[in-house]
Design a protein around this ligand. Structure first.
Ligand SMILES: [Zn+2]
Length: 385
């Protein structure tokens, strides 16, 4: 015990500087700088955080505005700062500090274009991200692979999901929760005698995202093919982030018009009156693409100043033309048992027309990405353990 304490003191360099509003730490030749207040706010000690939950006890107004580093003690593995004005001691491991360096390296929550693998149709033609339902259920590593495809590439195709009524719910509940909407907890995509949506006819449907008139929008959609014995009725997918990135590269001003124009989306029938005003391309505060909302069927009259309407219509047309470019539109045919899970904030879906006398029946539901991402992270803990 005594020798341990001695070793620690020998290897510790104690530098007492004048009060500083920051800490500099050497890490592999580079210097990492952290503000004193940031350190105080992230102190891991039991006075500052509940050890059971990891949650913070203190809020910003509990922390002194003039928080300063008054002393620093360093070992090979840890850095302890004494923070004024109250002399609180905070100890951080060097590896934690290095992993939380103040730079642009944080991939964030994985929802923006930064966390994605963007694709063109050719990138995935003949090699769709897919897996079998049986393997998905049996093998956590396979589940990780499939759910990761939804997060990174925007979709996965699960094969051989039993062609039974309600099986799509089992798929949603394998990673999260069904999001019930005005279409019910599950909905059937087939020809209806009195449709409340063109989806329930045999008409071709151009690339779109679903429920743009909802805020929050359902962030995932599942479509399970029960029968598809018709001519036509092929499925098309477009990576909306790739399309938006292409638009930004080709014409940044058009991109800016779409990112900066709220579009009124609405849906109404006898029991429902929904409206949400959101741009066709949503970006985060750093300008990264975070959401695409595109659905020609539900756009209401825009009522902006005249010149902005003119600019919007030109930009809207540019984006719509881009979305049907053959290099972006990935088409394939769903077979009975196929269940598509896709990111409804990114991937647009479409279908070709089919004879409305034929037998085509998809059953679908909505769910949400946050639960999928959480399930994926928890699964990874187990798989990596
Ligand atoms: Zn503390």
């Amino acid at each position: 015990m005594y020798s341990q304490v001695l070793d620690r003191e020998v290897s510790m360099t104690k530098s007492i500087a004048a009060d500083s509003d920051h800490l500099d730490v050497d890490a592999d030749g580079a210097t990492l700088r952290f503000p004193a207040l940031w350190l105080r706010d992230n102190c891991p000690c039991v006075e500052c955080r509940d050890p059971r939950t990891g949650q913070k006890f203190l809020g910003i107004t509990d922390l002194a505005e003039d928080t300063a580093v008054t002393a620093v003690e360093q070992t090979d593995t840890e850095v302890t700062v004494v923070l004024g004005p109250d002399g609180h001691r905070s100890t951080f491991s060097r590896s934690w500090l290095a992993g939380n360096a103040l730079d642009d390296g944080d991939p964030g929550d994985g929802r923006t274009e930064r966390g994605k693998r963007l694709w063109l149709a050719d990138d995935l033609r003949g090699r769709l991200p897919e897996g079998s339902w049986a393997d998905y259920l049996a093998d956590p590593a396979e589940r990780v692979r499939c759910l990761d495809a939804v997060l990174r590439q925007g979709f996965v195709l699960l094969r051989d999901v039993p062609c039974e009524d309600g099986a799509v719910r089992d798929v949603a509940e394998s990673f999260g929760y069904v999001r019930e909407t005005n279409y019910g907890s599950l909905f059937d995509v087939r020809v209806e005698a009195t449709p409340n949506n063109l989806a329930f006819t045999g008409l071709a449907i151009s690339p779109h995202t679903d429920n743009p008139y909802r805020d929050p929008v359902p962030t995932l959609q599942l479509l399970h093919c029960l029968r598809n014995a018709v001519d036509g009725g092929e499925t098309g997918l477009v990576d909306g982030f790739r399309a938006a990135a292409l638009l930004r590269a080709e014409d940044p001003e058009v991109f800016a018009v779409l990112a900066g124009t709220p579009v009124p989306f609405a849906f109404a029938d006898a029991d429902t009156a929904l409206r949400a005003d959101r741009p066709l391309i949503g970006v985060d505060p750093a300008g990264r693409i975070r959401e695409v909302r595109f659905n020609n069927r539900s756009i209401q009259p825009l009522r902006l100043p005249y010149q902005r309407i003119v600019e919007f219509y030109a930009a809207y047309r540019r984006f719509a033309e881009l979305l049907v470019r053959p290099d972006l539109l990935l088409t394939f045919r769903l077979a009975p048992g196929d269940c598509l899970i896709f990111d409804n904030t990114r991937v647009l879906h479409a279908r070709t027309a089919f004879a409305d006398t034929g037998d085509r029946h998809l059953q679908g539901c909505y769910a949400d990405l946050d639960s999928l991402i959480s399930s994926l992270a928890v699964l990874r803990r187990k798989v990596d353990a």
